[in-house]
Write a protein that binds this ligand. Sequence first.
Ligand code: DGL
Length: 274
Amino acid sequence: MNSKHPIGIFDSGYGGLTVFKSILNLLPQYDYIYLGDNARAPYGNHSYETVYNYTRECVNWFFKMDCPLVILACNTASAKALRTIQQTDLKSFDTSKRVLGVIRPTAEVIGNYTTTKHIGVLGTKGTIISESYIIEIKKFFPDIVVTQLSCPMWVPIIENGEHLSDGADYFVAKYLKEILKNDPQIDTLLLGCTHYPLLIDKIKKYLSSRITLITQGDIVASSLSDYLQRHTEIDKLISKNGTKRFFTTDETIDFDIHGELFFGEKLESERIFL
Ligand code: DGL
């Protein structure tokens, strides 16, 4: 197949690049395009309607770019927009198109990490208020207790490049202390926001070694690999030249500088106007 039918990877901004990196490591053969809606990020504190409208607009753009499959590599968009897009909007597009999120694949496996059967979930306000993790984890692991907490300061700290600063320590320690106070039996802690892996060194510093810390990149990548093996009808629609392109709705200079921190290597983005 020569013409491009890439997999689309979406986030409100840079966070999805942490997931994209894991996907690329596992599945380098496919073509990919990444879109960060940086002009309207962060999504975390926006209403359901706003996140849904923004996400739907971006998904439409991916379809115009001939993506047969779009991954919402953003917990907030997965929590607030995915279900409506899957159940309502996809019917009005080419019905062969697929949109997947990051919450379900995480919920499917997270119960395998805990022995106390007490899990903590950290995320944006939007993800936590939606209770998507509580609902999805219950489906796969009904006996597990899920305690969640929103960390509204973490994304702004990361977006402003302050995640390695001493100032970040205060808010890292604050939220970790709070969730463990709410449930001291937590032995597995999910970073349920694709931005949070950038704080991982500081999080480890304030977390007891008895607690397993879960990030989503590898989980989502292996779930995608499994999905494409099971859905050969989708797999055959995706072009396989090993290419990747990055798009942003805001300044490319900013995206290239910040994006490198999340992606772990240099990148060059292109600007789009939705
Ligand atoms: N990366 C998004 C997520 O995983 C959060 C960033 C935002 O608030 O826009 O939830």
